[in-house]
Ligand binder design. Structure first.
Ligand code: KG4
Ligand code: ZN
Length: 335
């Protein structure tokens, strides 16, 4: 049997997820139990609540993934689990579930970096062509990752403060929108015009790092000042202006890096990759590089899921990487 079947498990934040993927390409099942409703009234993810939900859900979610895939444990080649980064209590639930299953069924265990998972979601929709550049934008991360081959991650830029999604969520909150606010800002942005002048943090010449806290503060200040003057800022104009600033910086730096590193492919990954403004602007700007392929996964593979962990786990498994039962959750695991 040449086929490789891997069960992926993901519990780094607020989704309890399990999936079975065949040969690192074909999704046999992809189950996600979201806790979003439980966190919404707090305006963000509450770590202790996240851990409890994972404990309640993990067994059901794993069983459902196996059932939908129509495979038994003897058909599996390995179990892959997100070992970090993320919330430590949340990560521990997935790591321990994976260790228990690997031990009980005598299966190899593979620890996966959450960002590697986001990047490898792209392999479910396209063949990866190296060298490539991945823009990873989520609630916890904003990174430009250069890859010369499978498993070879080189972070060439990252945020120095807030992640892009975090900035979206904070600005959304200030505009009175529900958590998570990214999709709401995206929707409002399309109803408004970017008429409000907001800063763009380009940082030093040639740097691929990002910074979004100054932009976030500028929005909060503008809203605060308007309120003091008894004026109203149209939330559609603010959403459009904020989104224009974020997208401008992300797209400009990505295409600049793609040129400098002479890549064959640009991949988009993470929850913010769902942003319509970002997708459209990146597609447009990539016309400057007609020989470089742009890959954008469907929405369900951009947000947290376990299929992406199973794919990255398959690659690592095929490279001979193994974890043992000493595998631990690492909230600040380096890529
Ligand atoms: O990758 P993800 O599901 O979880 C993390 O690993 O963080 O990303 C969630 C983030 C949230 O900040 C959410 O507001 C943002 O992705 N997001 C969006 C959109 N959809 C989700 N941000 C902007 N526009 C969207 N359409
Ligand atoms: Zn994520």
């Amino acid at each position: 049997n040449e086929n490789v079947h891997v069960l992926g498990i993901e519990t780094s934040c607020d989704e309890t997820a399990a999936a079975v993927v065949k040969n690192g390409k074909e999704i046999l099942s992809n189950v996600v139990a979201s806790q979003m409703e439980s966190h919404r009234r707090f305006g963000g993810v509450v770590p202790e609540i996240a851990s409890r939900h994972h404990v309640e859900q993990i067994t059901l979610v794993m069983e459902e993934a196996m059932r939908q895939a129509g495979v038994s444990f003897s058909d599996l080649d390995a179990i892959a689990v997100t070992a970090g980064p993320g919330l430590v209590g949340a990560l521990l639930v997935g790591v321990n579930a994976a260790k228990a299953l690997a031990f009980a069924h005598g299966l190899p265990l593979v620890g996966v970096h959450h960002i590697a998972g986001h990047i490898y979601a792209n392999q479910l929709v396209a063949e990866m062509k190296f060298p490539l550049l991945a823009l990873v934008v989520s609630g916890g991360h904003t990174e430009l990752v250069y890859m010369e081959g499978h498993g070879a991650f080189q972070v060439i830029g990252e945020t120095r403060d807030d992640a892009a999604g975090e900035a979206y969520d904070k600005v959304a909150r200030a505009l009175g929108l529900p958590y998570p606010g990214g999709p709401h800002i995206d929707r409002l942005a399309h109803e408004g015009e970017p008429v409000i002048d907001l800063p763009r943090a380009w940082l030093e010449e040639g740097s691929y790092d990002f910074s979004f806290s100054g932009l976030k503060s500028a929005v909060l200040n503008a809203l605060h000042k308007a309120k003091q003057r008894g004026e109203e800022i149209d939330p559609r104009q603010m959403a459009a202006s904020f989104q224009a600033s974020v997208v401008d910086v992300l797209v400009t730096k990505t295409v600049q890096a793609a040129k400098q590193y002479n890549v064959r492919q640009v991949l988009l990954a993470g929850g913010v990759a769902a942003n319509r403004g970002l997708r459209a602007a990146l597609q447009e700007k990539m016309k400057e590089l007609p020989d470089v392929e742009l890959v954008i996964p469907p929405l369900s593979l951009c947000t947290d899921n376990a299929a992406m962990i199973a794919v990255a786990g398959t690659v690592l498994y095929q490279q001979g990487k193994r974890a043992d039962l000493a595998l631990n959750a690492n909230p600040s695991l380096p890529l």
